[in-house]
Design a protein around this ligand. Structure first.
Ligand SMILES: *[C@@H]1O[C@H](CO)[C@@H](O)[C@H](O)[C@H]1NC(C)=O
Ligand SMILES: *[C@@H]1O[C@H](CO)[C@@H](O)[C@H](O)[C@H]1NC(C)=O
Ligand SMILES: *[C@@H]1O[C@H](CO)[C@@H](O)[C@H](O)[C@H]1NC(C)=O
Ligand SMILES: *[C@@H]1O[C@H](CO)[C@@H](O)[C@H](O)[C@H]1NC(C)=O
Length: 185
């Protein structure tokens, strides 16, 4: 009797280990799946800075000018209501608006900090995506955080990767935003 119990015990242990192992494999593969975005799209952001003579087309304005610290616009704060398009043409019909602000915050290089909401109000999407983070303009691509959303983007989180598509004179620049959402409901 004692012998049988011993074998039963061994079988029980092995079986338990097998179950644990299976669970850990499932958990691990789920974790890998979670690293793939549940939604991904590319949008273009157009910023036309008000310069005193382009009021008809300007979409942003300086509300506090730069300080005298360094030569990279340190302290300059810009509030924007910018059109967002699916391709990189300024005059394409906008699919959303980007409303928020950026300011330059570095003494030794151009470096900005963004905080804004993408507002979608079309037949395709209704809702908002909130984005914030550092735009280290010297880098080819920069990752900002998608910190939340509403409507079609309820409670979302993810990454918005910026790439400067064009920077023209002092009054127009265009960013490509590659938006990868990792939480979708
Ligand atoms: C506004 O943009 C249009 C189209 O690009 C251009 O024809 C017009 O001259 C611009 N107006 C101003 C005031 O910049
Ligand atoms: C202001 O910006 C417009 C384009 O938006 C440009 O055509 C014009 O030359 C600029 N004016 C000055 C004074 O830089
Ligand atoms: C900010 O200051 C610069 C000179 O440093 C000036 O050319 C520019 O017009 C000012 N911008 C505003 C919006 O006051
Ligand atoms: C969204 O679009 C509809 C239809 O064009 C309009 O009636 C509504 O006011 C818009 N809502 C916002 C928040 O812009």
């Amino acid at each position: 009797m004692a012998r049988i119990n011993f074998y039963e015990y061994i079988v029980f242990i092995l079986f338990s280990l097998l179950i644990l192992h299976t669970f850990s494999i499932i958990a691990h593969s789920k974790k890998l799946d979670e690293k793939q975005p549940c939604k991904r799209f590319v949008l273009y952001y157009h910023d036309i800075l008000f310069n005193g003579s382009n009021a008809a087309n300007a979409t942003s304005a300086t509300v506090a000018n730069h300080t005298k610290l360094g030569n990279f616009n340190h302290g300059m704060l810009v509030v924007f209501d910018d059109p967002i398009t699916k391709d990189n043409h300024l005059l394409s019909p906008p699919v959303a608006r980007a409303q928020g602000f950026y300011f330059y915050d570095m003494k030794t290089a151009y470096n900005a900090w963004f905080s804004y909401t993408l507002i979608f109000n079309s037949t395709e999407h209704k809702g908002t995506i909130n984005i914030m983070g550092a735009d280290m303009m010297g880098e080819e691509t920069r990752d900002l955080s998608v910190v939340g959303g509403t409507g079609d983007f309820f409670m979302t989180r993810g990454i918005a990767t910026f790439r400067t598509d064009i920077a023209q004179d002092d009054y127009y620049f265009r960013l490509e935003m590659d938006i990868k959402l990792y939480e979708c409901y």
